[in-house]
Design a protein around this ligand. Structure first.
Ligand SMILES: NC(=O)c1ccc[n+]([C@@H]2O[C@H](COP(=O)([O-])OP(=O)(O)OC[C@H]3O[C@@H](n4cnc5c(N)ncnc54)[C@H](O)[C@@H]3O)[C@@H](O)[C@H]2O)c1
Length: 435
């Protein structure tokens, strides 16, 4: 029995453990709030002063996190934020939730993870637990983080503890949140896994240990590759159905009546968000270093990334039917966030669609109830007033099917609607063109 491990478990149990979270974004803020609500004292560390100020002022900037929850926890002294990383010294556990984007060459960019790990390594003291939550390729925790943390001479599983636990949060999901989404944990050693499990069990309803950090890293990539590949498949089925003159939405709905062996995925304008378009590339990159080509990932990536172009073709076809060209036409995009009811525009296919249409000479504009302004092409676009903009547009493209939209009203006001999400299901109108 490791004394440090036992002492940390006792602190967690007694609510005297201090937790640090590095990166207060879509993942880090909800996680910090959940742990603070469970009784720990949480400090969020971020480089972004505006986020730190917002948290300390009791404000939330993440749609799924209620502002009054943040305010109450800050008021009780259980949650605070800082840009001063010296405070990491006094933390008993530190969770890293910084971004893991792709670099210019579309290879993994782990610079922020490394920077965060260094900021811990410089201050690491005996008995601390470090957990990486950022999505990354299998091997990262052991190959990249472990060497940094052992530079001072302490051993993982003895002097300090190291684990990987992928974040699986689904922004905008009303049913599953940080607390009730089961958490996977893999430790560098069994003691590391044991301590990490004790920490997460404090705030998360179900904790599922796996045998290694590598397995835990792979779990997340399997989940997101599964989504990417199935979306790729169904996008290709949509292209097939178009040629066959069959309604792909009707086919999927009917297939989904099968109570076993089928899970519906839906076509759309392309992949978006911080996860599905990026994470599989972390896996294929790692496999490339092992002389293996991840063929499903490549193919799905190809099909999915061609969807914005396909949407533009449908827009051009719709205009052509009305004896108009894309050049000079007014096109209104409805919904620019990457999925329904969120305000996140990262990697959103709407950005590609706007760009492709503008390149063809269209006058583009957008409406999104969740995104009042959009930084795009070096300029700031404003969300236009919905119905006046719909009336003015030569064609309206539904890219993201927010639940706030009243689709019958939109179809009524529009000249023609290209619907990439089946948002107009049940509305019989010759004005609607579906993907
Ligand atoms: N957003 C999601 O839905 C989601 C879901 C599951 C997993 N993930 C993964 O979680 C990780 C974080 O994603 P996110 O969406 O929360 O990112 P985010 O961009 O919303 O937030 C990251 C935060 O980290 C901060 N940061 C960057 N470098 C830092 C450093 N060195 N020290 C301190 N703070 C730093 C940024 O200022 C930012 O506030 C990524 O690996 C992502 O793939 C995200």
């Amino acid at each position: 029995m490791n004394d440090h491990a036992t002492a940390l478990e006792e602190k967690i149990r007694a609510n005297t453990a201090r937790l640090g979270t590095i990166g207060l974004g879509y993942v880090g803020l909800p996680l910090s709030v959940e742990f603070a609500a469970a009784g720990l004292t949480v400090t969020g560390f971020d480089l972004a002063e505006d986020k730190v100020e917002a948290v300390n002022a009791g404000r939330s900037y993440i749609k799924d996190v209620a502002g009054d929850r943040v305010a109450a926890l800050v008021g009780q002294g259980r949650l605070r934020a800082t840009t001063d990383f010296e405070g990491l010294r006094s933390c008993d556990a530190v969770i890293i939730c910084v971004p893991t984007p792709l670099g210019k060459t579309r290879d993994p960019d782990l610079s922020m993870v490394v920077e965060a790990a260094r900021s811990i390594a410089e201050r690491l003291r005996p008995g601390q637990l470090v957990v990486l939550e950022s999505t990354t390729y299998p091997g990262t925790t052991e190959e990249l983080i472990l060497p940094l943390l052992t530079e001072g001479g302490m051993e993982a599983g003895e002097g300090f503890f190291l684990a990987f636990s992928p974040e699986r949060v689904d922004p905008g999901n009303a049913r599953f949140n940080t607390r009730n989404t089961p958490k996977i944990i893999g430790g560098v050693t069994p003691t590391c896994a044991r301590v990490a499990r004790a920490l997460y069990a404090k705030a998360i309803e179900t904790v599922i240990p796996v045998s290694s950090t590598r397995a835990a890293e792979m779990v997340k990539l399997l989940e997101n590759t599964f989504r990417s590949v199935n979306i790729g498949l169904v996008n290709e089925v949509a292209l097939m159905c178009d040629r066959l003159g069959v309604d792909v939405w009707e086919v999927i709905d009917a297939a989904a009546s099968k109570p076993f062996g089928f899970m519906p995925f839906y076509p759309g304008p392309g992949l978006g968000g911080h996860c599905i378009p990026i994470d599989p590339l972390y896996l294929s990159w790692k496999l490339k270093t092992l002389n293996y080509r991840a063929r499903f990932i490549e193919l799905a990536g190809e099909v999915n990334s061609e969807m914005p172009e396909y949407v533009c073709e449908r827009v051009a076809g719709a205009l052509n039917e009305r004896e108009k060209s894309v050049k000079g036409s007014t096109v209104l995009v409805l919904g620019v966030s990457y999925k329904r009811d969120v305000d996140d525009v990262r990697e959103s296919p709407a950005l590609d669609i706007l760009r492709l249409l503008e390149n063809r000479g269209a006058r583009v504009g957008y409406n999104d109830p969740n995104v009042p302004q959009l930084q795009w092409n070096g300029a700031t676009l404003e969300s236009q007033d919905l119905l006046p903009a719909v009336r003015k547009a030569d064609v309206v493209v539904i890219v993201t099917d927010h639940s706030a939209y009243r689709y019958a009203e939109i179809v009524d006001a529009a000249r023609v609607v290209v619907d990439t999400r089946n948002a107009t299901k049940g509305i019989q109108s010759p004005k609607v063109i579906k993907l």
